[in-house]
Ligand binder design. Structure first.
Ligand SMILES: Cc1cc2nc3c(=O)[nH]c(=O)nc-3n(C[C@H](O)[C@H](O)[C@H](O)COP(=O)(O)OP(=O)(O)OC[C@H]3O[C@@H](n4cnc5c(N)ncnc54)[C@H](O)[C@@H]3O)c2cc1C
Length: 486
């Protein structure tokens, strides 16, 4: 029987990111996907700076950047087209070292993730391979999959299995865990178009039409791609809504039939749900398999990539340093709180688009001097897990510092954690660990001072594990968490 360090079920954006992050550790990885290739039609169209930083770790940004555009933000307008809320995404590099928000075409990303995986000789991808059974044992997992072309069954063994197999996840079913519905279920039509030629009078921003008669969303996507989404009225059948007549009639205020081609029209039930258990022994779920949210904030795929980034280094640590129950249990507790905040904010945004204007989407809304309400992006911390919850810096994202024009501190810790110390921390124990002396880099010194710390440990996924103000405190942190620096 063939054996692998890790098997990943599903090669969508979550599986593709996770596979790349794990492949960097030189593990043997099998990826099984039931389709013959990636899904060729548009789905996700937006991601943020935190996600671009993960793509940077994987090493695809150089190649992928040309397929993206910088997103200028979202405006919410009422039925009279008056702006009632503005969510700007200023073209300014953030702490993550990238612009706050990007637009892209999901198949372009999936191609780049796959292309990068080809660089790793120990990664095998098997398409047309549908996983049908996952058997969890103490020391390994057995996976049965079916070759869809010839119906042959195969059995393989793996140290760990991660189901990145989407909303109808077989992995989740085999784990016998349920999804909890968080309360938003609505049918919307999604229409993707390609403009035949430039059309300058279409908005450059995303527009959310908070119109009680017809809640809708417009997205300015890459190149000539544009998307409209609209809520389906109760008395309208799916067939009627997807008819050419209905769609072109809906699009009349913006476009006529001669100006664009419909690339895809479909109906989605926008849902908000989260799985009760994300891990059973050596089996995990990530991405849409673990949580679902409506697309109003463009954060569904982003959440899956955050899962991959959280889980990859923990699994890597367990394979290198033997199975460690505690470390793996922190995956769900850290991630679920973070994703819940995105789901709940997205649900409130959905209600706002449904024209429930009294809904307060976030606490970060302030009126400017023209009386326009402006919203800021949310930055949820990690839930309970590694580190001490009383440490105010724990669970925050560590900024991406440039050490010089070409090299960033991120490039130094793609696989391992990093210890950063100010020069007044002196102890023998530190001789054991590689560290960066903040004195050498002024920005780092200022940062440590601002967060009122003399030492920090940053995890491989760029979150702060803990901060300390004294020799004693840093020694305690190192005693508990030194593994991640190895
Ligand atoms: C209209 C719309 C707009 C969206 N916009 C955004 C956006 O702007 N930003 C954003 O971040 N997100 C957005 N999303 C969400 C985003 O598309 C999903 O969250 C994302 O695709 C989930 O990725 P995934 O890899 O977890 O799952 P998927 O992309 O669903 O991939 C799952 C993979 O698993 C495979 N698979 C399933 N079962 C098996 C099996 N038994 N055996 C083997 N393989 C299997 C499938 O073939 C598939 O390749 C949007 C979604 C929709 C519908």
């Amino acid at each position: 029987m063939k054996e692998f360090d890790v098997t990943i079920v599903g090669l969508g954006p979550t599986g593709g990111t996770l596979a790349n992050l794990l492949a960097m550790h030189d593990f043997s990885i099998l990826i099984l996907d039931k389709e013959k290739s990636f899904y060729p039609l548009p789905r996700a169209v937006h991601f943020d700076d935190e996600i671009m930083r993960v793509f940077q770790t994987i090493g695809i940004t150089k190649d992928f950047l040309k397929h993206t555009i910088i997103n200028k933000g979202t405006k919410f307008v009422n039925s009279k087209n008056k702006v009632i809320l503005d969510w700007p995404r200023p073209k300014k590099i953030t702490d993550n070292g990238w612009y706050p928000s990007y637009r892209f075409h999901q198949p372009d990303l999936e191609k780049k993730l796959r292309k990068k995986l080809k660089n790793y000789t120990k990664v095998s991808i098997e398409q047309n391979s549908e996983v049908i059974k996952i058997k969890n044992s103490k020391n390994h997992v057995d996976i049965t999959y079916l070759n869809i072309n010839n119906h042959n069954e195969h059995l393989i063994r793996s140290n760990y299995v991660i189901g990145c197999d989407g909303a109808n996840s077989i992995t989740r079913k085999q784990m016998k865990t349920k999804m909890d519905n968080l309360g938003f279920t609505q049918k919307w039509a999604v229409v993707d178009l390609i403009l035949k030629k430039k059309k300058n009078n279409l908005p450059d921003r995303t527009i959310q039409y908070s119109n009680p008669k017809q809640p809708a969303t417009y997205c300015r996507n890459v190149g000539r791609r544009r998307r409209w989404e609209f809520a389906i009225k109760k008395n309208h059948s799916d067939k009627k809504v997807l008819s050419e007549n209905y769609i072109w009639n809906f699009l009349k205020p913006w476009l006529n039939k001669s100006e664009a081609i419909i690339e895809r029209k479909t109906i989605y039930t926008f849902e908000s749900a989260i799985a009760r258990k994300w891990r059973k022994g050596r089996v995990f779920i990530a991405g849409d398999a673990a949580h679902l949210m409506p697309p109003f904030m463009g954060q569904g795929m982003c959440a899956g990539i955050r899962d991959a980034s959280n889980l990859a280094w923990k699994i890597a640590n367990c394979i290198r340093n033997k199975f460690d129950e505690t470390l793996l249990n922190t995956y769900q507790s850290e991630r679920s709180l973070n994703v819940k905040e995105y789901i709940e904010t997205t649900m409130r945004m959905g209600e706002f688009v449904n024209a429930v204007e009294s809904i307060q989407i976030t606490d970060n809304i302030k009126s400017d001097n023209q009386g326009i309400k402006r919203m800021q992006s949310i930055k949820p911390k990690l839930g309970k897990g590694l580190g001490n919850l009383r440490d105010k810096n724990r669970g925050k994202i560590f900024p991406q510092f440039k050490l010089n024009k070409n090299i960033s501190l991120d490039d130094n810790f793609s696989k391992k954690g990093i210890l950063i110390l100010s020069s007044n921390i002196k102890t023998k124990a530190l001789k054991k660990y590689p560290f960066i002396n903040s004195k050498k880099f002024k920005k780092l010194s200022v940062y440590l001072k601002n967060i009122n710390s003399k030492a920090i440990i940053v995890r491989p996924d760029r979150f702060i594990l803990g901060s300390a103000k004294s020799n004693h405190k840093i020694n305690l942190l190192l005693k508990k968490y030194s593994e991640i620096l190895r």
